[in-house]
Write a new protein. Structure first.
Length: 414
């Protein structure tokens, strides 16, 4: 799915590496909670800690990595983060085979993987900006978005089958191997990456840890987009566990029906990501960003009305289809808009701060909505999140902003 727009051999390797690791991630979707429950007999509090405490601790570990990575070549960092995730994940099947796997190990691995994920995402955005000219960034981000939704469709069903045949740690092995293959793919991109200009002071200061946040909050267009995406992502993810409780518990849906309710609507992600560039070409970047940002919030409140049976299943699928379709248009436009508004020498710190905030807000809101679900019931808590989401478009940038005036490096298309 290249839309007839060639981005060169280096991007092709990077795209392939991204697709490989994304498939591994979705093959292992839900593997840690499943291992905690089936192998370690963990309770609800321990399972919740894997997603909330692990994500928060990983975000905290990643905070100093953004400034550290900023002044280093990004390709070796990307390879290093892939190898860190490969090694960390492999400890789980090794410990399982030896009969020494523990919940503490699962939690520590989740922290390491979360920190490496944030660092990888920050470095990859900076690397992409050096790899391609500005006019190709939207095409590249749309391809990443399309790949994400393709792997979302095929990964979980294949992972579920692998777990059923080979056991609960099989998909963790597959995920680990995907990071190794991703590292090899990134290494194959080749080319000469320009060395970032280093500051006069070689030693990192405490104030450097917050430079990414300072840059975001000082920019009139990045600031509202930052708060919008952090709150939107957090509220959407916070309702996932409640919806699972509602559908699999009170409404009596089978696990395969629950999986189908989210796998089929991912087709909307493929369609939306394909439309992003044509829509921007016709209507302009800012208009598409705002309209898609508004349209994506009208869907989640519908999940509060899900009922039993086929009608309830179709309602969930319809809501998720609309939500995913709008998000798939919004996401590559937003990612491109953010890169264009960020100075090249600050991309890594800015994206790192953005990812840390998103992970932390998602973990905190997930924990808060778990409490609300216990007090008010899952349906009421889901409805409350949907109502709050309707206000998030107020935080979208109100005016279009021109890209920063900075020299673009010549793309290497070896």
């Amino acid at each position: 799915m290249t839309n007839g727009h060639r981005l060169g051999r280096q991007f092709g390797w990077l795209w392939g590496a991204y697709g490989t690791s994304a498939l591994g991630t979705w093959l292992a979707f839900g593997a840690f909670p499943l291992i905690a429950i089936q192998v370690l007999h963990a309770g609800p509090a321990e399972v919740a800690a894997l997603s909330s405490v692990g994500a928060l601790a990983g975000a905290a570990v990643a905070v100093p990595l953004g400034p550290w990575v900023e002044f280093r070549r990004k390709r070796p960092v990307l390879i290093g983060m892939d190898l860190v995730r490969f090694a960390a994940l492999l400890t789980i099947p090794a410990a399982f085979a030896l009969g020494v796997l523990s919940f503490v190990q699962l939690l520590l691995v989740s922290v390491v993987v979360a920190a490496a994920d944030i660092t990888f995402r920050a470095a990859s955005g900076a690397y992409l900006k050096t790899l391609l000219p500005a006019e190709d960034l939207l095409v590249a981000n749309a391809r990443f978005e399309s790949t994400t939704w393709t792997t979302t469709i095929i990964g979980p069903p294949l992972g579920g089958a692998a777990i059923g045949i080979l056991g609960p740690v099989a998909t963790v092995v597959a995920d680990a191997v995907s990071y190794l293959l991703s590292a090899l793919g990134i290494r194959a991109t080749g080319g000469q990456e320009p060395r970032p200009e280093r500051r006069e002071a070689a030693r990192m200061r405490a104030g450097d840890l917050f430079e990414g946040w300072r840059y975001i909050l000082a920019d009139a267009t990045l600031r509202p987009l930052f708060f919008n995406t952090a709150l939107f992502n957090g509220l959407v993810m916070a309702t996932d566990a409640l919806l699972a409780v509602l559908m699999l518990g009170r409404l009596g849906f089978a696990p395969w029906q629950y999986g189908l309710a989210f796998a089929v609507p991912a087709i909307g992600g493929l369609l939306g990501s394909r439309l992003a560039r044509p829509l921007v070409t016709r209507f302009g970047q800012h208009r598409v960003l705002v309209v898609a940002g508004v349209l994506r919030v009208i869907w989640p409140v519908g999940l509060a009305f899900v009922g039993p049976g086929t009608g309830g299943l179709l309602l969930v699928m319809g809501v998720e289809l609309g939500l995913i379709f709008c998000c798939a248009i919004f996401n590559p436009v937003y990612a491109t808009y953010r890169l264009e508004r960020t100075a090249t020498e600050r991309v890594t710190r800015t994206l790192s701060a953005w990812s840390v905030t998103t992970k932390a807000s998602t973990a905190l809101l997930t924990a808060a909505w778990g409490v609300l679900g216990g007090l008010l019931g899952p349906r009421t808590a889901i409805g409350l999140a949907g109502v709050l989401l309707l206000a998030t478009p107020l935080m979208l940038p109100r005016r279009a902003a021109a890209p920063l005036a900075e020299p673009e490096p010549a793309p290497s298309r070896a």
